[in-house]
Design a protein around this ligand. Structure first.
Ligand SMILES: [Fe+2]
Ligand SMILES: [Fe+2]
Length: 250
C-alpha cells in the first residue's frame, strides 16, 4: 500500500540510491573517437557478441518497470527508490550500445541466429515474485561484470574499453542492491522457494551455454572461449549462492 510520508529506514539502500544519483553520466563522458584501433573484423565480432548484452540492457528497463510497482505496493519504499535509479542506468547502457553500433556501422546479430537470447529474457521475466527477478538480475549483472570486464581487459585504450569500464561501475551498484535485498528476504524464505532460485540459475546457465555455441566463432575472434567465460561466471555465481545461503541441500 502506498503511504504518504512513509518511513525510510534502510540506510544502506538509501546510500545506494544516493550513489546511483551521483553516479549518473551521459555519452559525453566517453571519448568515442580513435576507432582505427579496432579492426573491421574485430568490430564485426564485437557487434555479434554484444547482441545478447544489448538486448539485456533493454529488457532490464522492462524488468525494473515491472518490479517497481510490486515493491511500492508492498511498502518497500527504499527498494523502489533504488530501482528508479537503476532504470536510468539500464536506459543509459542501452543508449550507449545503440550509439556504439552506429559508430561501428554494424548491426546486432539477427534474432534467428541467437533465438535463445529471447528465451533467456522470457525466463527472467517469468518470475512469480520480485525475489526471483532480483536473483535473476543478480546473475545477469554478474554476466555483465564478466563480459564488460573481459572487453576492458582486451581493449583497454579504445572506445570499447572506456565504455566497458564506465558501465562496470553502474553494474557494481546493481550487484550491491541485489545483495542487500536478498540478504533481507532470504531468511524468510522456505527451502522450496529457495529451490526455485536454484532452478532459475540452472535454466539461465543452460540458455547461456546455447548462446555461447551460437556465438562461438565471433568469441574466438576475440580470443575468448565461451566455455572459459561461463566457467568464470559459474564460479562467481556459486560464491554468491554460498554467501547468501541459497543452497538448500536438495
Ligand atoms: Fe546494464
Ligand atoms: Fe545492471
Amino acid at each position: 500500500m502506498i503511504r504518504v510520508n512513509p518511513e525510510l529506514t534502510d540506510d544502506q539502500l538509501l546510500r545506494l540510491f544516493d550513489k546511483g544519483t551521483l553516479g549518473q553520466w551521459t555519452p559525453d563522458a566517453i571519448e568515442w573517437g580513435d576507432l582505427d584501433r579496432i579492426t573491421p573484423d574485430l568490430r564485426h565480432a564485437i557487434a555479434q557478441v554484444l547482441t545478447p548484452v544489448y538486448l539485456g540492457e533493454q529488457t532490464a528497463m522492462y524488468g525494473v518497470s515491472a518490479v517497481l510497482p510490486d515493491m511500492l505496493s508492498h511498502g518497500h519504499h527504499e527498494e523502489a527508490l533504488y530501482l528508479s535509479s537503476m532504470g536510468l542506468d539500464e536506459g543509459r547502457h542501452f543508449r550507449n550500445l545503440h550509439k556504439l553500433y552506429h559508430i561501428f556501422q554494424e548491426e546486432p546479430a539477427s534474432r534467428h541466429r541467437i533465438p535463445e537470447m529471447f528465451r533467456y529474457h522470457a525466463r527472467l521475466l517469468s518470475h512469480k515474485d520480485s525475489t526471483e527477478w532480483i536473483w535473476g538480475i543478480l546473475i545477469s549483472d554478474l554476466f555483465a561484470k564478466h563480459f564488460y570486464g573481459g572487453l576492458f581487459q582486451r581493449y583497454p585504450d579504445t572506445v570499447v574499453g572506456r565504455l566497458s569500464r564506465r558501465t562496470l561501475k553502474d553494474e557494481a551498484r546493481h550487484q550491491a542492491f541485489s545483495e542487500r535485498y536478498l540478504e533481507k528476504v532470504l531468511p524468510t524464505m522456505d527451502s522450496e522457494h529457495k529451490a526455485q532460485l536454484i532452478a532459475l540459475r540452472d535454466d539461465l546457465f543452460r540458455t547461456m551455454e546455447a548462446i555461447g555455441h551460437r556465438l562461438y566463432d565471433s568469441m574466438m575472434v576475440l580470443d575468448w572461449k565461451p566455455e572459459d567465460f561461463l566457467h568464470d561466471l559459474s564460479l562467481d555465481t556459486e560464491r554468491w549462492v554460498k554467501r547468501l545461503g541459497i543452497e538448500t541441500g536438495v
